[in-house]
Design a binder for this molecule. Structure first.
Ligand SMILES: [Fe+2]
Length: 266
């Protein structure tokens, strides 16, 4: 497996507390069959000001520690950017770290509750630069979980979707799990990742999510989300689809469908 969303670098965000925790996380990842991890520390203006140089240096440092410990996990550079209007301009100035630094896929997170009005423009401006936003765990965003049609609309514009393994196994509650299942069932999701913050629960969920996903998509489909698509992203290549993406139709009769369509347009 390849994990494209981890907070494994120690001490630079709310992830692994220290190097021992980071090494232990890598040891556990190796034990569940993970060969590569992308280190994606938070970059949040005013909170975590991690820049390219810091992240690249930390990746090299952690890899040396894993090599010394005999852990066969490859650590690759990346970051998780909190969405802000300046992202496209920062990309132009060479400030951003795309996944595996290929200049192709940018991991972006939204606020936990809503979707800021400038998100569409930011994603559009990235896409025209040849950078595809990978939206981190939309199932954990309250607005997107409640209005799945908005996720479909983002997909139609070219955004990719990463669901967190822990969401599928219920770590964040029933509503988040249901949203994750719905997104996957509609073939909207290209990646599953751990979003681990240390050697604890979210890491183990990666292993537990594989059989759940196999039940939803079959073995071949599940492996595309855990292995094939992450590998393609490491090479800067577009992911493969799992099947035809289905349009979201709210449950109920024509009236609730109409309401759903109206609220999706908000
Ligand atoms: Fe994250």
């Amino acid at each position: 497996m390849i994990d494209i969303h981890t907070h494994i670098l120690p001490g630079i965000d709310d992830g692994a507390a220290d190097q021992a925790a980071a090494v232990e996380a890598a040891r556990r990842l190796e034990a569940i069959g993970v060969t590569h991890v992308v280190a994606t520390p938070h970059v949040i203006p005013g909170v975590y000001a991690n820049d390219r140089a810091t992240i690249l240096a930390q990746v090299t440092h952690l890899q040396a520690a894993l090599d010394a410990a005999g852990i066969r996990v490859c650590v690759l550079p990346g970051a998780e950017y909190y969405v802000e209007p300046e992202l496209p301009e920062k990309f132009d100035r060479g400030m951003l770290l795309t996944l595996n630094d290929r200049g192709r896929h940018l991991l972006v997170e939204l606020p936990a509750t809503g979707v800021p009005s400038y998100v569409d423009q930011v994603f559009f401006d990235l896409l025209v630069r040849g950078v595809t936003p990978v939206l981190a765990h939309p199932e954990r965003n309250r607005e997107l979980a409640a209005r799945p049609a908005k996720v479909y609309r983002l997909l139609q514009k070219g955004v990719l979707i990463q669901v967190t393994a822990g969401s599928l196994v219920g770590l964040f509650g029933r509503d988040v799990r249901k949203a994750a299942e719905l997104f996957i069932g509609h073939r909207w999701v290209q990646f599953i990742a751990s979003d681990l913050h240390g050697p604890g629960g979210r890491l183990a969920a990666l292993g537990e999510a594989l059989p759940k996903l196999t039940a939803l998509l079959g073995r071949e489909g599940a492996l595309k989300l855990f292995e094939e698509n992450p590998r393609r992203v490491l090479d800067g290549a577009p992911p493969v689809e799992i099947g035809r993406q289905k349009e979201y139709r709210p449950p109920g009769g024509w009236f609730s469908r109409l309401i759903g369509r109206m609220s999706a347009g908000n």
